[in-house]
Design a protein around this ligand. Structure first.
Ligand SMILES: NC(=O)c1ccc[n+]([C@@H]2O[C@H](COP(=O)([O-])OP(=O)(O)OC[C@H]3O[C@@H](n4cnc5c(N)ncnc54)[C@H](OP(=O)(O)O)[C@@H]3O)[C@@H](O)[C@H]2O)c1
Length: 242
């Protein structure tokens, strides 16, 4: 990690991957503005951490709230867009509202965050946006129509924004993890296998973020895919499948 103190806004900072990234940046002495709905399980008295409660599913209220955060923290020089959730099933089992809501949370709200901060970030000598995509951004698979679509959208957005930002000091990257052991699976009917090689851990993604943030100015790590060595999916009421 570079010695310069970064001021990073992280969406989805209250748990899982976003929380691990937050803790790793705080430990390295950086300042973090964390956005999520509920920080009651996040115990930190670090004065460099600023948790802010926000609901990304309420798109209409976002522009004003994001503008206020931008005004309060003008030194923000990096965004990590991590908020999101998994919802899987055959398309016919999704209501029209559920389709709209999943796209709003996983894609549109994160595009709003980028939109709100991009003018400030482009003015900085050095700045970063890192999106947390998914293996689902790389290939569609059954029961993943809407989740895959939301992550493909995020990846296309990241690639286009990376190109659009090439003449500024802003680097845009996307990390596409395979299965990471987090609360993501708590309401799903499947989860990664228990063995350490069956899943990633949130700290793996935090390390990847540190690598991107500390890369030499003038280089961009466009995209990183990372996966467990031996991916195992287990269905909560069935036997493991390799
Ligand atoms: N776990 C995996 O296997 C995996 C793999 C690839 C990619 N990902 C992606 O990684 C990201 C983080 O997932 P995770 O595994 O860390 O799961 P997680 O532990 O469930 O974390 C999800 C985060 O998103 C926030 N969030 C959810 N709904 C929100 C809303 N309406 N408004 C504001 N914040 C909201 C949550 O905060 P609150 O609940 O406090 O609002 C939480 O901080 C997601 O985008 C996910 O798609 C996960």
């Amino acid at each position: 990690m570079s010695q310069i103190r970064r001021v990073t806004l992280i969406t989805g900072a209250s748990s899982g991957i976003g929380k691990a990234i937050t803790l790793s940046l705080l430990q390295a002495g950086h300042e973090v503005i964390g956005l999520a709905r509920d920080f009651s399980q996040f115990n930190s008295d670090n004065t460099l951490f600023h948790p802010i409660s926000i609901d990304f599913s309420k798109l209409g209220a976002l522009p004003e709230k994001l503008q206020a955060i931008n005004k309060r923290f003008p030194a923000i020089d990096s965004l990590i867009c991590c908020a999101g959730k998994g919802q899987f099933g055959s398309l016919e089992n999704f209501s029209y509202d559920q389709i709209e809501q999943l796209m709003a949370l996983n894609f549109t709200s994160q595009a709003f965050v980028a939109r709100a901060f991009i003018p400030t970030l482009k003015q900085k000598e050095r700045s970063n946006i890192i999106f947390i995509g998914s293996e689902a951004a790389l290939a569609g698979s059954r029961k993943g129509t809407i989740y895959c679509a939301s992550k493909f959208a995020l990846r296309g957005f990241a690639q286009a924004l990376r190109d659009e930002s090439a003449r500024s000091g802003l680097s845009v990257s996307i990390i596409n993890p395979g299965m990471v052991k987090t609360n993501f699976f708590s309401e799903l009917d499947f989860e990664p296998g228990e063995e350490p090689s069956n899943h990633l851990i949130p700290e793996d993604i935090a390390e990847t973020v540190s690598l991107i943030l500390s890369s030499r100015a003038g280089t961009v790590i466009d995209e990183i895919n990372l996966n467990p060595q031996n991916r195992v999916v287990q269905f909560k009421n069935r036997k493991p499948k390799n």
